[in-house]
Ligand binder design. Structure first.
Ligand SMILES: C[S@@+](CC[C@H](N)C(=O)[O-])C[C@H]1O[C@@H](n2cnc3c(N)ncnc32)[C@H](O)[C@@H]1O
Length: 409
């Protein structure tokens, strides 16, 4: 059996690795990199090593990794941190595009660009607002990513997937970007097919996440012209909205995009299916005291607030959050700040069988991401919550991995 060798960048605690290796025996990990820039401690990397061993794992800033350190691989995967993806405007055209320092998309780009034997496939994950950022030039950053991958010889398709739309336990909407290099058999297959058929019916993402073909809107074709500096300077200069819908493909700088809706009638998992019985919950997870503060933070607000640094009053409005969280739906997106007892608007709070309110345990957060139980055991509860808030729903990667491996049979 031909192996599909994986390199996992921005590996966190290994969501891509687990998803892909669960999907098929064909997937084989050959190298991973994870380094947390904000802290001296490196819990994600430590957990990664604890679970998978230290062989072929690198714990250094990706910016300091040269392409020679990576073994040959067939698929490059990673959920890269979301920042500003634009190219540096001050770069002169003659100097070429090297990209802004510290912008991690350009590290992925460098690793692909410098690789003489480019991987056949790329699978990236990011927040869905990547499609519409920055606010001043909607969709420009995504246009830069797509056109730079197109320049490197990839056809790229994307879909925004909400894991809960396909029965998974968490409402987590993320963009999944899948690239096929021109040397791959799939690239040739897509070229033969037409883009519409690929993204709505036959493609890897369409097969993994069925689309309601009676409900497809805003179909649009356009080209992204010019070099990357021109894209940076000119893309959608006057538009109010991003031209990219939640599904699309780029082939030779030609875009086809449309708004699609899920088609799924399988099993559905709710937060209620995930939560543990009350007797399993240590006392520290219960909301003891400070109930009013929780209620205030979760509640609707319409108040005057004072901005100290700018010395003025302004009107502050926000709607109410569901409090406690409803157990008969998939959970809201889990966030990095989920741990710790301090009251918060965004932390999950559930009501137990006996009417007590409590936060979620690390084990429950792991289950909401479909990770193996106790995957992050070995660091503090606050850190475990942080690691899960940064991670992804493994079931999504698993489904994509299954379809990709079937296409390579
Ligand atoms: C969105 S998270 C990805 C989480 C991962 N998919 C998982 O399943 O846990 C991005 C990761 O990139 C790491 N990171 C940020 N800057 C980095 C850098 N310069 N070099 C290497 N890793 C970095 C962060 O520490 C974080 O773990």
């Amino acid at each position: 059996m031909e192996k599909i060798k994986i390199v996992e960048l921005f590996a966190g605690v290994g969501g891509f690795r687990i998803g892909l290796t669960n999907a098929s025996e064909k997937f084989e990990m050959v190298w991973s990199n994870q380094w947390e820039p904000k802290t001296k401690s490196q819990e994600a990397s430590e957990i990664y090593i604890k679970r998978f061993g230290e062989e072929n794992h690198s714990n250094k800033d990706i910016a300091k990794v040269s392409i020679d350190e990576l073994p040959e691989h067939n698929i490059l995967v990673g959920g890269f941190p979301c920042q500003d993806y634009s190219v540096a405007k001050c770069l002169s055209q003659s100097k070429g595009i090297t990209g802004k320092k510290g912008v991690l998309w350009w590290e992925i780009h460098r690793i692909l660009r410098d690789n003489k034997n480019k991987p056949e496939f790329i699978l990236l994950e990011n927040v869905d607002r990547l499609l519409s950022s920055p606010a001043s030039q909607r969709g420009r950053d995504f246009a830069i990513i797509l056109s730079s991958l197109s320049n490197l010889g990839y056809i790229v398709e994307w879909r925004i997937i909400n894991a809960a739309d396909y029965g998974m336990p968490q409402r987590r909407r993320r963009i999944f970007i899948m690239g096929y290099h021109k040397k791959s058999s799939i690239y040739k297959e897509i070229k033969k097919d037409n883009s519409e058929k690929w993204i709505f019916n036959n493609g890897t993402l369409a097969k993994a996440f069925g689309i309601n073909i009676n409900k497809i809107f805003f179909k649009k074709k356009f080209n992204i012209d010019g070099n990357l500096i021109e894209v940076t300077n000119n893309f959608n200069k006057k538009g109010k909205f991003s031209p990219f819908q939640n599904c699309g493909i780029i082939i030779d700088r030609k875009i086809f995009t449309a708004k699609v809706f899920p088609d799924y009638d399988g099993e559905r998992i709710t937060l209620g299916d995930i939560v543990l019985p009350e007797e399993k919950i240590p006392e520290e997870f219960f909301v003891n005291g400070e109930y009013e503060k929780w209620e205030y933070l979760k509640g609707a607000k319409r108040e005057k607030r004072f901005n100290k640094s700018r010395n003025f009053y302004y009107n502050y409005n926000e709607g109410a959050m569901i409090f406690p969280d409803s157990l008969d739906k998939p959970s809201r997106t889990i966030i990095t700040g989920e741990g710790g007892s301090t009251p918060s608007r965004f932390k999950h709070v559930v009501k137990t069988e006996n009417g007590r309110l409590r936060r979620l345990m690390p084990l429950e957060l792991e289950r909401l991401n479909m990770f193996p139980d106790n995957h992050t055991k070995g660091c503090t509860n606050i850190k475990r919550a942080f690691l899960m808030g940064n991670a992804l729903v493994i079931g999504v990667i698993e489904r994509i991995g299954k379809e990709l491996s079937l296409k390579l049979d």
